[in-house]
Design a binder for this molecule. Structure first.
Ligand SMILES: *[C@@H]1O[C@H](CO)[C@@H](O)[C@H](O)[C@H]1NC(C)=O
Ligand SMILES: *[C@@H]1O[C@H](CO)[C@@H](O)[C@H](O)[C@H]1NC(C)=O
Ligand SMILES: *[C@@H]1O[C@H](CO)[C@@H](O)[C@H](O)[C@H]1NC(C)=O
Ligand SMILES: *[C@@H]1O[C@H](CO)[C@@H](O)[C@H](O)[C@H]1NC(C)=O
Ligand SMILES: *[C@@H]1O[C@H](CO)[C@@H](O)[C@H](O)[C@H]1NC(C)=O
Ligand SMILES: *[C@@H]1O[C@H](CO)[C@@H](O)[C@H](O)[C@H]1NC(C)=O
Length: 425
């Protein structure tokens, strides 16, 4: 454990001493991904990201309540002053000439939506102005994409409008097509929502790009170019000088990578389901009822990989089993709670390893993916929690904290999800 930490520390120091050039061009089909608290992010706050989350129980509960359901349909109490921001952002160039927007990545949503000029209630000062783009086109009600939009409606001017909620926020948008340029790749006639009205505080400021598997997602719209294949490496939230990558298309994807079958749920067409068959703590496979992990298209039960949720949420019986075994293996120390975490320890204790056992692929989490550290209280907490029991308690979500510094490959044509360790730089 000690030597592990030492190596980690040294490698962090080496990498940290290099500053990053925020405006460096992305390579073809390989976009740089920034954490919102990266020095390259305009959304950076002075507070430590982990400490913010640890101390803000309301925020934690809010984030966790996003876990179970498609975020676009979560009924969340709004108006509690909770600030939710996107965790990972990429640069998207929209229109002709291009207007740059830093959009949040969301692998569990399909449609993209961008705040547009004239928007009422959008918090961003950076807005996309369709009137300044020669390639912009507003879609009419009869356009086939209109049926794919969430809650579509036909406006008086016969253009396609839609309404949706995201966390505690709501947007009204109209469907637009324009040229999207990602790194050096050009996607003509990309369909997205132009937000003209927004309320609530949980919207990513400069919009969102959906990487889900449904029809309106980037992945579906760029099928000719990227063949529904992409991978990403999310940088650690603590490493503000690191950037990760979003690599689109089958080219340059890792060949030697552990994979598990990707499952499709027709009722939750956006989500990337996998088959989690067990969880090991130390060398013990914990006793979890089969029903807590089983994939069931009818109820939406199962396990998904998601980039928009911060901490892994396991359905209650699974979480309790993992937590109890984890606690049992931490010798001579009693667990305390902090914020939404219930398995925290102060000082230096030796933690057991945790392994997710997927069909055909075991993934053992390195300490950085397993524990969240509070700098204030010298506490380390198991960075997982039980799925909220009120909403959609059937879904296990493998979240971004557990994916950091790994390459996650989504290969839809071959129905597989791959994962391998990689330091995102
Ligand atoms: C990031 O790089 C800048 C410039 O080299 C440096 O001043 C800063 O301390 C670095 N930040 C971290 C967290 O390493
Ligand atoms: C969105 O919902 C509001 C309130 O229900 C309604 O007034 C508006 O017409 C809707 N807009 C669209 C584009 O569906
Ligand atoms: C984009 O849409 C325009 C307007 O409908 C059409 O003329 C053009 O052929 C389309 N381009 C591509 C590449 O689909
Ligand atoms: C843990 O709690 C038990 C019961 O309260 C107590 O007897 C024990 O001394 C505690 N252990 C430590 C290491 O604090
Ligand atoms: C945190 O705990 C370690 C190990 O017990 C100790 O050496 C260190 O001084 C503590 N730091 C603070 C800030 O309390
Ligand atoms: C995963 O770990 C379990 C238990 O240690 C083992 O039985 C199984 O063969 C492993 N699976 C793979 C694909 O390595």
């Amino acid at each position: 454990m000690r030597s592990h930490l030492l190596i980690l520390l040294i490698s962090l120091l080496i990498l940290k001493s290099e500053s990053i050039n925020c405006n460096e061009k992305s390579h073809s089909s390989d976009l740089r991904v920034f954490h919102i608290n990266s020095q390259c992010s305009p959304f950076k706050t002075s507070a430590s990201w982990e400490d913010t989350l640890l101390q803000d129980k309301a925020r934690f509960l809010y984030l966790s309540s996003l876990a179970g359901v498609r975020k676009s349909s979560v009924p969340i109490a709004s108006g509690r002053g909770i600030v939710q921001s996107p965790t990972y952002i990429v640069r998207a160039n929209i229109g002709t000439p291009a207007q740059a927007m830093l959009v949040a990545l969301d692998t569990s949503n399909d449609a993209a939506w961008i705040p547009c000029s004239g928007c009422v209630g959008c918090s961003s000062s950076v807005l996309f102005d369709p009137s300044k783009s020669s390639s912009s086109r507003t879609l009419q009600c009869e356009a086939p994409q209109c049926k794919q939009a969430p809650n579509p409606s036909c406006t008086v001017s016969k253009t396609c409008g839609f309404n949706m909620t995201y966390g505690g926020s709501a947007i009204e948008a109209y469907l637009t097509q324009d040229t999207l340029t990602l790194a050096t790749d050009v996607i003509p006639n990309y369909t997205f929502g132009c937000i003209n009205k927004a309320s609530g505080t949980s919207l990513p400021a400069q919009g969102l790009m959906g990487l889900g598997r449904g029809p309106l997602s980037l992945i579906s719209q760029s099928q000719n170019l990227y063949q529904s294949t992409f991978s990403y490496c999310l940088p650690n939230s603590k490493s503000s000088n690191f950037s990760g990558s979003l690599r689109l298309g089958p080219k340059n994807q890792p060949i030697r990578i552990k994979t598990t079958p990707l499952l499709k749920n027709p009722r939750r067409s956006s989500l990337y389901y996998v088959n989690l068959v067990g969880i090991r703590v130390g060398n013990k496979i914990v006793d979890i009822p089969t029903s807590a992990l089983a994939f069931d298209p009818a109820t939406g039960a199962g396990t998904i990989f998601d980039s928009g949720t911060v901490y892994t949420r396991l359905v209650e019986p699974a979480y309790v089993a993992v937590r109890n075994e984890f606690r049992r293996r931490v010798k001579n120390a009693n667990a305390t709670s902090l914020g939404g975490f219930d398995t925290c320890y102060s000082g230096s204790v030796v933690f057991p390893s945790v392994t997710f056992m997927f069909a055909g692929m075991n993934v053992t989490l390195p300490p950085d993916n397993l524990l969240i550290h509070s700098s204030a209280g010298n506490l380390s907490c198991l960075a997982m929690a039980a799925a909220p029991t009120n909403v959609n308690s059937v879904l296990n979500v493998i979240a971004s904290m557990q994916q950091q510094n790994h390459r996650v490959l989504i290969d839809v044509p071959n129905s597989r999800l791959g994962i391998s360790r990689e330091t995102c730089t």
